[in-house]
Ligand binder design. Structure first.
Ligand code: SAH
Length: 341
């Protein structure tokens, strides 16, 4: 059975027209779901009985089960069980500019980045759009506040689940519903070049972040297998085209791993690679995980790396560390839960 949360408003309207209902009824249902936030068709009191009955018999609603929550200052981590027993996670971060949520896009991940906990558990399946939507709804319900920013940086590779992710964005961006501003949504990819191009052509206004993590192919291929399919040159050339076509700045994420990609030479090589590109570099202190060989870079090394970029006019920030106490790094809570089983 389909979930009603899987429909952007236009699709819901089309569907309603197909079943002989009106556009107006579809808008009413959409409003009940995303403005009034009711979780059963029976509570949609201005619908005809026959329609309520039809919807109840044909659509699921409210599928995600919150099974665990961990809290720390300014960060909350949620573990959800899906209808088929799979588990995913979402993280809420409180910033001074609002509440941002990091959502998962797949159950597990096939990209196999060696430093990442999510990849340890291979992809079981893609998430449906409704399972992404419900992560936002459940967290808003829990914090009794609105979420202002959404990042697709949880478990999974969003561009390996392209259509459902785009559907999700359409739903949460709708001003008649959850209404999260398009420029407050960020997709992060490990660099699937054909999808970067497709995404560019759609000109959605959504922010794009690319997990670069290395200044050359040798290091990158060592830590990110996807680099053997789409290498740095291909990424950089697609990024340049992306910026030209969309007129938007790109963010590069760069995890600093002790002794792997954090040397002064790496910083200088990164400067050369990115010189003249309208981009931001987000340096990410590595969040240590229990079962992986990498160590975070030392504070002084991080600062040195930052200074070299800064001095060479590269826009750079060091990501504030959130939630190391609550295992907030990508896939950690889920993998702990599954390992314990
Ligand atoms: N697959 C996408 C999005 C999910 S990962 C991507 O690769 O971009 C989101 C970000 O978290 C990526 O930059 C990823 O490399 C990073 N990440 C993964 N494990 C981490 C860890 N232990 N500490 C810090 N960042 C991590």
């Amino acid at each position: 059975m389909k979930s009603i949360y899987d429909y952007p408003l236009v699709d819901l309207i089309n569907y309603f027209e197909e079943i002989g209902e009106t556009k107006y009824r579809a808008s009413q249902v959409f409003q009940w779901l995303y403005v009034k936030r009711v979780k059963s068709f029976e509570k949609m009191t201005n619908l005809k009985k026959t329609l309520t009955k039809f919807l109840s018999e044909n659509f699921k609603i409210d599928e995600l089960k919150l099974i665990k929550k961990q809290e720390d200052v300014d960060v909350k981590k949620y573990l959800f069980e899906l209808y088929d027993g799979n588990i995913i996670e979402a993280v809420l971060m409180k910033h001074d500019y609002g509440n941002s949520i990091c959502v998962s896009s797949q159950v597990g991940c096939n990209m196999g980045c060696s430093f990442c906990e999510s990849g340890r558990l291979k992809k079981a399946r893609n998430l449906y759009a409704f399972e992404l939507v419900e992560q936002v709804l459940k967290v808003e319900e829990d914090i009794k506040d609105r979420i202002s920013h959404v990042v697709l940086m949880g478990i999974g590779e969003p561009f390996d689940n392209y259509d459902n992710v785009m559907r999700f964005i359409k739903i949460i961006n709708d001003p008649k519903g959850i209404n999260i501003g398009i420029r407050h949504i960020t997709i992060s990819t490990c660099g699937i070049v054909p999808k970067i191009k497709k995404f560019m052509e759609e000109k959605t206004g959504v922010n794009l972040a690319i997990s670069l993590h290395a200044p050359n192919n040798e290091i990158r291929s060592n830590i990110m297998p996807i680099n053997k399919v789409y290498n740095i040159e291909e990424i950089i050339s697609s990024v340049k085209e992306y910026i030209k076509v969309t007129n938007r700045r790109i963010t590069f994420e760069y995890i600093l791993l002790n002794g792997v990609n954090d040397s002064e030479d790496c910083a200088k090589e990164l400067v050369k690679l990115l010189k003249g590109i309208n981009c931001y570099v987000n340096l990410i202190p590595y969040n240590e995980t229990s079962n992986i060989k990498y160590k975070p870079s030392k504070k002084v090394t991080i600062n040195k790396f930052y200074d070299i970029l800064k001095k060479n006019s590269i826009n750079v920030t060091i990501r504030r560390e959130f939630g190391s106490k609550v295992s907030a790094a990508c896939g950690q809570l889920r993998s702990q839960q599954i390992t314990r089983k």
